[in-house]
Design a protein around this ligand. Structure first.
Ligand code: NOJ
Length: 628
């Protein structure tokens, strides 16, 4: 159904994307979704809402949202099916960030394969190792067909693949195809030569006419010399901002042209509208799959389709989401088409696995990307559970695990068996979750184990990030000099430009910097945790991970069991069962630091927990797993 200003709020909420967007906006505003579920509000037309909130949200808001909603005509299926078995539903994945896993690149990873196998890992997701000038640690690829020199050679890569396969493990590479480095041959040729076939692989645009009252007659006036045009103070082609600070456009004075980069100035967005570009990408993906790679993690893959004409982003949405323009590409009109094509042309012939990184994608849009019958992606990473409602990564606050429970209760049974979930708390883009929950570090160990239990017993595929298995915490960076990440520096400069003092700006960066997760893996701590001959009372996080992964492997309920939440409304305690014909499990977790009553179930026997025994009241962040 096409929506218009005459549609009612409840019609918007029935629309799969509409509901996601409304929930996201309310989440950002820290408001409950009760607001729109209440029948009085539900029956109001958008026209009326526009009159009520028009001043606050600005004139274009409703048109932008309607454009977006009307670009999606499908809804997820309502029938319920049993999930089909797949290796990647049963597997435990482990993300390796090659820059800091060891300091030996790919040979260093090969050295650690026995360690990973002992941990119980089935597959690794390897962050980019392709040739790159490293403006964004390899997420700016210069050549998809070669390996970054400091990480090794293609022979090392082949050895890694066979080292994994000989251990019965799989390799998932990072696939960064929303953008390339500005040092990629395609971009260099495209910039230098207007009639290069690569020109249309990217988004090159002239200055925007009259933006903010600016008169850009220089662009059209042939009487103005090239020299003058070079110094011409034009405005970017649209108002989109970069995730790494500043505008999303880089100006090239020599050519008097702008090019789009949603990330750093050296990460140039690729134009997926161009079939020749898409074919180059499919060819490259097939090349890697033919080498033996088992699948890909697709970097910001939901950004590959941009709205035609790259229209300005809405200012209100921009302020709310902190980035202007996102609604023009986070769920573009051709996204599904491209993903289906990529799957059919490249993944399907190799039965390759895919997990898409999809920031901003909500519950229903997520289903449209992953439901098996749609043949797009196998899994996605969405990030709503990593921050509390209304908070962003750069807010300094204490994360309450009750949000996590609410998130899971809402999400994990929503797919009707058509789709599957990812279970993760950390990656190379986020500060460490246990520090977000407890910055004092007092409860770091029980918390690390609690997260491990949730990850191994909820319905979905676990992705461990390097260091999770030793309970890695945030770092004590003292100043911006300790921070290396391009994102942190870009955002820090934005804060200063907005008028924040250096100290306050640094405090925000400290809360959210990706560098917390990018410091060298602490192998001395691994040794310590392996070596200590601990009693059960003080089992190291590492040995706990090994135990619980081993137990998960032999417990079908953890993977394919139906998931039943119990006492979903009881704050602070999270209880659920996984039911399977081969045996059931029951998990209860105290989500806070106050003692809580245990509700062990009839017939269930204690298997594992994060305290020495499984008796009495639940202690701070205590989790207990039982089976029957
Ligand atoms: C998401 C990646 O995870 C992140 O590390 C990177 O900076 C951006 N995409 C850009 O590639």
């Amino acid at each position: 159904m096409q929506l218009s200003l005459n549609s009612k709020v409840k019609d918007v909420c029935k629309h799969p994307l509409g509901r996601d967007i409304v929930e996201k906006l309310l989440l950002q505003l820290g408001k409950s979704s009760w607001l729109v579920d209440n029948p009085i509000v539900g029956n109001l037309s958008l026209k009326t809402i526009k009159v009520i909130v028009g001043k606050k949200v600005g004139p274009g808001f409703f048109d932008v949202v309607l454009d977006l909603l009307n670009s999606e005509l499908d809804s997820p299926r309502a029938d319920i099916v049993s999930p089909t078995p797949a290796w990647w539903k049963e597997a435990v994945f482990y993300q390796v960030y090659p820059r800091s896993f060891t300091d030996q690149g790919i040979p260093g990873i090969i050295d650690k394969l026995d360690y990973l196998q002992n941990l119980g890992v089935d597959a690794i997701w390897l962050s980019p190792v392709y040739d790159s000038p490293n403006d964004d640690n390899g997420y700016d690829i210069r050549d998809y067909y070669s390996i970054m020199r400091e990480f090794g050679t293609m022979e090392d890569m082949d050895a890694l693949i066979s080292g994994l396969h000989s251990r019965g493990m799989k390799l998932v590479m990072d696939l960064v195809v929303n953008h390339t480095s500005d040092e990629h041959q395609w971009f260099k040729e495209a910039l230098d030569n207007e009639s290069s076939p690569y020109r249309d692989f990217y988004f090159f645009r002239k200055s925007h006419a009259n933006r903010n009252g600016h008169d850009d007659r220089a662009e059209h006036d042939s009487s103005i010399s090239l020299g003058d045009k070079k110094s011409y103070d034009g405005k970017p082609p649209n108002n989109w901002t970069s995730f790494f600070g500043g505008p999303a456009w880089n100006y090239y004075p020599e050519q008097d042209i702008w090019a789009l980069h949603l990330f750093s100035k050296k990460q140039m967005d690729l134009n997926w509208e161009n079939p020749a570009l898409r074919e180059e990408i499919y060819k490259m993906v097939r090349w890697w799959l033919a080498k033996g790679v088992d699948g890909f993690r697709l970097d910001v893959i939901n950004y590959i389709s941009k709205f035609e004409g790259l229209p300005d982003g809405d200012d209100f949405i921009g302020q709310l989401m902190k980035y202007t323009g996102v609604e023009r590409y986070f769920y573009g009109p051709r996204l599904h088409e491209y993903l289906k094509e990529l799957r059919q042309e490249a993944f399907e012939p190799f039965k390759a696995f895919s997990v898409g990184e999809t920031p901003g994608i909500g519950l229903r849009a997520g289903r449209l990307l992953t439901d098996e019958y749609r043949k797009e992606l196998d899994l996605i990473f969405s990030f709503d559970h990593l921050e509390a409602p209304g908070k962003t990564r750069f807010d300094d606050y204490q994360y309450d695990l009750v949000h996590l429970k609410d998130h899971y209760v809402k999400h994990l049974n929503f797919d009707g068996g058509h789709g599957w979930h990812t279970l993760f708390y950390n990656n190379h883009d986020n500060p460490r979750m246990i520090s977000k929950i407890d910055s004092s570090g007092l409860y770091a160990k029980p918390l690390a184990k609690l997260l491990a239990v949730l990850q191994m017993t909820l319905r979905g595929t676990p992705f461990i990030y390097q260091g999770d298995e030793i309970g890695a915490k945030n770092e004590n960076f003292a100043s911006m000099d300790d921070i290396h990440d391009v994102e942190s520096h870009g955002i820090y400069n934005d804060y200063l430009a907005e008028g924040l003092g250096p100290e306050a700006a640094f405090k925000r960066i400290l809360a959210g910097t990706r560098d917390h997760a990018r410091v060298m893996m602490k192998w001395d701590e691994v040794l310590r945790q392996q070596g200590v001959n601990e009693s059960d009372a003080d089992l190291s996080v590492l040995r706990f991970y090994q135990d619980i992964i081993r137990w998960r492997r032999q417990t079908c309920a953890c993977v394919y069991g139906t998931l039943e939440f119990l006492d979903a409304k009881t704050k602070d305690v999270f209880r659920y069962k996984r039911l399977h014909e081969d045996g059931n499990i029951f998990v209860e977790a105290n989500l806070g630091i106050n003692a809580a009553k245990s509700a062990s179930q009839e017939g269930f026997m204690f298997v594992i927990g994060n305290y020495s025994d499984g008796f009495g009241d639940l202690r701070p962040y205590e989790v207990r797993v039982y089976e029957h």
